[in-house]
Design a protein around this ligand. Structure first.
Ligand code: ADP
Length: 366
């Protein structure tokens, strides 16, 4: 059987433990050996005890745990070829020739880069005298399978990333708590939510909680958004609303890419609408806590599919990323998904917001 490593990398997201559990158990069930790489790519570079064989019972109960129990990191060494050479040697040491990576687009880009240069890394291990040609015969090819772990739901090509629905749930709960006190005092709250360059969490939280106004990077408010927002909120108040909720995505900006901050919005609501306004930045509570049922299910089904993809792979196979499209677990070319994700970011930078919105919906058009 194959020897398969599983890594969680980049920002943690709820559901990563369900991924590790599913990969470990599906590997074992398929007659393979499973390894957990601790602390993201740092564990690959450090090797030794950071790459550990996992038994069936080692992942017992992991599906309901938040964060990632095998750790994650941002690893500078892996950005350099020399770090990846050390990582390759450590994998050879453990006899591992397949890696399943759960992370964001950065982590998945790094993974595919590692796969692409693997043959040349093997050559270098031989030419530097670290390994012999015979030793490396079984390692001529590295299999990579990606899983998207991110609270931001920012990867093109998949309807949901592992963790986004847990985070959305947490945001909605938090807004429910804030609603109660806002109502009591007739206050306004400006709530900043995560999402980096992606407005999905802010948009869906706005829909789910009935926010008065939202700001997302893909579809910035109109040129005269200050007046527009204030007049909408005044109207809501005149209709008898006792509370005001404005949701600002952390990446929010106006149509000229000037940042819109929660504090700017608060000042407007205080000064122009005369509301007693507070800012709440939800911060890392959005990442914590146990994954919701959807993320456990998604992570488990995709973890199983990732192992199957490893077993199906040939040296010619492009690295796949496991997606969910219209409720079906599917494999897509990893590089395609990353390229489309980067296109959306470029559209935003070029202020082509219509194209950015279309890019986010690409999976529905296919
Ligand atoms: P995310 O995976 O959440 O997008 P990062 O962009 O921080 O998070 O990437 C996580 C890690 O993946 C980085 O710290 C680095 O070790 C690795 N990585 C990211 N981009 C590359 C790259 N272009 N080449 C090699 N490794 C990369």
């Amino acid at each position: 059987g194959k020897r398969i490593g599983v890594v969680t990398s980049g920002g943690d997201s709820p559901g990563m433990n369900s991924v590790v559990r599913a990969v470990v158990r599906q590997s074992i069930a398929s007659g393979c050996t499973a390894f957990a790489v601790y602390e993201g790519y740092q564990g690959l570079v450090d090797g030794g005890d950071m790459i550990r064989e996992m038994a069936w019972e080692d992942v017992r109960g992991w599906t309901s745990e938040g964060g990632t129990l095998i750790g994650t990191a941002r690893c500078m060494a892996f950005m350099e070829r020399s770090g990846r050479l050390t990582a390759a040697n450590n994998l050879v040491e453990k006899g591992i020739d397949a890696l399943i990576i759960c992370g964001g687009d950065g982590s998945l880009t790094g993974a595919d880069r590692f796969r692409a240069e693997w043959p040349s890394l093997m050559d270098e291990l031989i030419s530097s005298g670290k390994r012999t040609e015979d030793e490396l015969k079984p390692f001529r090819h590295l299999n990579i399978v990606g899983l998207v772990g991110s609270i931001d739901n920012d990867l093109s090509g998949t309807d949901a990333t592992i963790g986004c629905y847990s985070s959305l749930q947490r945001i909605c709960q938090s807004i429910d708590f804030i609603d109660a006190t806002a109502f009591s005092h007739q206050r306004a709250f400006v709530i900043e939510v995560m999402g980096r360059h992606c407005g999905w969490l802010a948009l869906m939280a706005g829909v789910s909680c009935g926010a008065d106004f939202i700001m997302i990077p893909e579809n910035p408010p109109s040129e005269n958004w200050e007046e527009e927002m204030c007049s909408i909120i005044k109207k809501h108040r005149q209709m008898g609303k006792r509370k005001t909720i404005v949701i600002v995505a952390e990446g929010a900006h106006d149509r000229k890419l000037n940042k819109i901050s929660a504090v700017m919005v608060k000042d407007l609501l205080s000064q122009k609408v005369g509301l007693d306004t507070r800012v709440t930045t939800l911060g890392h509570v959005q990442r914590g806590g146990p994954p919701c049922a959807y993320d456990r299910m998604l992570a488990t089904l995709q973890g199983v599919e990732a192992v199957k993809a490893v077993l199906d792979a040939t040296p010619e196979t492009e690295s796949p990323v496991i997606c969910i499209v219209e409720n079906k677990i599917v494999r897509k070319p990893l590089l395609d998904a990353i390229a489309k994700t980067q296109e959306v970011a470029a559209h935003i930078q070029n202020m082509d917001f219509e194209a950015a919105m279309r890019g986010r919906d690409a999976e529905f058009e296919e």
